[in-house]
Ligand binder design. Structure first.
Ligand code: GLY
Length: 371
């Protein structure tokens, strides 16, 4: 058994912190902290991160029943209608956005408006499937030099697929699930490398479906291993197994998790990229650590005791070290954990709090304390 005795103090500190910061952040959308420690807040409701703050509030509400958390989360969900109705700026991350908000709320309350929002978002995600290439196209605009946005597929999309599995369960129509599985097969074929690290982006020809090339985005290079991309793969493949029970998906999830664990430094908090020369000055990415830890907890929950122990113990070690070294429990910062890296190649958001790092920290802690 793991020693999770640290999680009770950590949970108390977390709830106290969010009771304070939620009064400052309100029904808005935090992205990452600036150099004063305050969260940059956005009203652009189409941004991919918008679901994480209301999602985090729902996770805390599950445990505390603190009504202001639910009120704020609901207000955020309503505000996100602007993006859902506008449609043109929607992208593959509708999963992050509406799975953590509307779908979560529908599951606990049966609210039909929440169900409708989830199904509209799932329909949008399904519509992004390129049938000849068998991939979900990530974006609408050309953010990556010399590439056709219609052909770009990214590892992060795995995390959006639960929205499709849910839509099939909810409607009884298997189309959404077929698309999720087809995209997952493409990930296994084109993204997972022989050493079980992963490509961040693969470009396809959107007309023929042929693979064009591997692209690098937030990682150091096309051959390095961006740690957050690796964590999306650990967690995303674990989710693929949860919804399909296909043993190949569990095997891939375990292999990528094993790679992630092998690359962790002595203190168990990952560097931003596993393929760069690393020393004490190399930035970390706590968001990668916490997302991977949540994936490892999911893997452990699907295994017998002896095999589960390795993933439970790695998840516990990552979360404990993040809490002790990168936890932010004073009033100097709105973030919960520091040490996140948003985009190292562009020099953006290094050693900051990222709202998705905070979200996965809360998810991991809420599970670890109940083990
Ligand atoms: N999904 C974008 C990122 O991980 O930064």
């Amino acid at each position: 058994m793991i020693d999770n005795s640290w999680t009770e103090d950590a949970w108390t500190a977390l709830v106290e912190k969010v009771e304070k910061t939620s009064q400052v952040i309100g029904p808005r959308f935090p992205t990452m902290t600036d150099n004063t420690g305050r969260y940059a807040l956005t009203d652009d409701t189409w941004r991919w991160v918008t679901g994480f703050w209301p999602g985090l509030l729902w996770l805390l509400h599950d445990d505390t029943n603190h009504t202001p958390f639910a009120d704020l989360a609901l207000q955020c969900e309503m505000r996100m209608d602007e993006a859902l109705n506008e449609y043109v700026n929607l992208h593959h991350d509708v999963g992050f956005m509406w799975q953590l908000t509307s779908v979560k709320r529908f599951k606990s309350s049966g609210d039909m408006d929440a169900r409708r929002r989830g199904l509209v978002a799932a329909s949008h995600l399904a519509s992004r499937f390129n049938i000849v290439g068998r991939y979900l196209s990530a974006w609408n605009v050309n953010d990556v030099n010399d590439s056709d946005p219609r052909g770009l597929s990214i590892i992060d999309s795995l995390m959006n697929l639960p929205l499709l599995y849910w839509a099939s369960e909810e409607t009884g129509d298997p189309r959404f699930r077929h698309i999720a599985i087809a995209h997952t097969e493409t990930v296994i074929k084109h993204f997972i490398r022989p050493d079980h690290s992963v490509n961040h982006m693969v470009e396809f020809d959107p007309f023929t479906g042929e693979k064009v090339r591997v692209r690098s985005g937030q990682g150091h290079s096309i051959t390095s291993a961006w740690s957050r991309g690796t964590s999306w793969a650990v967690h995303g493949m674990a989710l693929a197994y949860k919804y399909t029970k296909d043993p190949r998906y569990l095997e891939v999830a375990r292999n990528v998790a094993d790679f992630f664990i092998r690359e962790l430094p002595a203190d168990n908090v990952p560097h931003w990229d596993f393929g760069v020369p690393r020393d004490d000055a190399t930035p970390r990415d706590t968001s990668a650590g916490m997302c991977a830890a949540c994936g490892m907890l999911l893997i452990a929950s699907e295994l017998e005791d002896k095999d589960a122990e390795k993933y439970l113990s790695a998840a516990n070690a990552i979360a404990k070290s993040t809490y002790e070294t990168f936890g932010s429990w004073d009033n100097d910062s709105d973030g919960i954990i520091r040490g996140g890296t948003f985009n190292h190649p562009q020099g953006l958001g290094i050693d900051v709090s990222l709202i998705y790092g905070d979200y996965y920290y809360v998810e991991a802690l809420s599970k670890l304390r109940k083990i």
